[in-house]
Design a protein around this ligand. Structure first.
Ligand SMILES: NC(=O)C1=CN([C@@H]2O[C@H](COP(=O)(O)OP(=O)(O)OC[C@H]3O[C@@H](n4cnc5c(N)ncnc54)[C@H](OP(=O)(O)O)[C@@H]3O)[C@@H](O)[C@H]2O)C=CC1
Ligand SMILES: O=C(O)C1=N[C@H](C(=O)O)C[C@H](O)C1
Length: 292
């Protein structure tokens, strides 16, 4: 049975994408972006408006409220304004399927819980959530039967760096992590560095590195300590996001490095996550779950 043919304009207005192979209209995934005026939020909007099967239905930020989203992200007028922080009721009015969150460590938990309670699947890129907060999201998602997705890093290169580091740690247990970011980053160490240390800890039992009697002449000189792995955070203008995992062995060293030179690096992973997360019914952590 064939559906009635829709004109392209009608398809756009009613939130349908192109027709399926059988000629039926495909429903677009309705996306709300929190943190829309920020560095990542803007890039996400510029990317998703080019995707046939995704539609931007709302964009919120604490900055530039009331301004047209197109103006904020450097595109033609969109006829959609930046809205302010949202609650369950106001979020429901956008009828979003997915909420993409690139806000800050102080806002992300509340936004995620609000989304789940509104029946909207949060896709979270914001870092800084601790284990207890993750558990809160996991429990609420189960209770409400709504999915949720979190990834500390959406770039494929960073995922491979973490995977290779976990593998290398089986043979090189002495390891330090050096993460380098732009100087506007709020949280330290980065979510990626924490995730890398956690992955290494799966294959390397906690151990003390360095001299057993070493001491810090200036507190913090040896960096943060996660299971005996030292994490060093650099913040400088000009940087985007970079990480080295440094392994030392007998007479040799191995360095695994990843560089993100632009924020476009995260976009394929984020678009994939939006598409996959729309069907989730529980919390999933990590983009690796969506890759073959
Ligand atoms: N998972 C990944 O692959 C990646 C994760 N990130 C993470 O994403 C997050 C955002 O990064 P970035 O875009 O660089 O940061 P920005 O500071 O550029 O953008 C964040 C924006 O969110 C706004 N904001 C804060 N609270 C709220 C709220 N409750 N509702 C709506 N908007 C809000 C901020 O406004 P104001 O300034 O007024 O607070 C700001 O405009 C960080 O945690 C970063 O670590 C970044 C890159 C990749
Ligand atoms: O703040 C950033 O920029 C980034 N944050 C994420 C993190 O904390 O790991 C991902 C990436 O490193 C960029």
């Amino acid at each position: 049975m064939k559906g009635k043919a829709l004109t392209p304009d009608c398809i756009q207005q009613r939130g349908f994408a192109l027709l399926s192979q059988e000629g039926f209209p495909l429903k677009k995934i309705r996306v709300f972006v929190a943190g829309a005026s920020g560095k990542m939020g803007q890039e996400v909007i510029r990317t998703l408006v080019k995707e046939d099967d995704l539609i931007l239905v709302g964009a919120s930020d604490t900055r530039q409220q009331g301004m047209d989203v197109g103006f904020v992200v450097g595109l033609p007028r969109m006829g959609l304004d930046i809205s302010g922080p949202f609650d369950v009721e106001s979020l429901r009015t956008f009828q979003a399927d997915v909420l993409v969150d690139f806000t800050n460590p102080q806002s992300v938990l509340k936004n995620a819980k609000t989304a789940i309670l509104a029946g909207v699947v949060p896709v979270i890129g914001t870092t800084g959530l601790d284990e207890a907060e993750l558990e809160e999201i996991r429990t609420l998602a189960v209770k409400e039967s709504v999915g949720a997705f979190i990834a500390p890093n959406f770039s494929i290169g960073a995922l491979l760096m973490m995977r290779f580091a976990r593998e290398a740690a089986k043979y090189f247990p002495h390891v330090d992590i050096l993460e380098l970011h732009h100087d506007q980053k709020l949280d330290a160490p980065s979510g990626t560095a924490i995730k890398t240390a956690e992955l290494i800890s799966e294959v390397r039992p906690p151990m003390v590195q360095g001299h057993p009697n070493e001491y810090e002449k200036i507190p913090g000189a040896r960096g943060a300590d996660l299971g005996g792995i030292h994490i060093h955070s650099v913040r400088l203008p000009g940087l985007i996001a970079h990480q080295e995992v440094l392994f030392g062995g007998l007479g040799q060293a191995l360095t695994i490095r990843h560089d993100a030179y632009t924020r476009e690096t995260y976009m394929p992973g984020i678009m994939l996550a939006i598409r996959k997360a729309a069907d989730l019914t529980e919390l999933v952590v990590g983009l690796e779950n969506f890759l073959d």
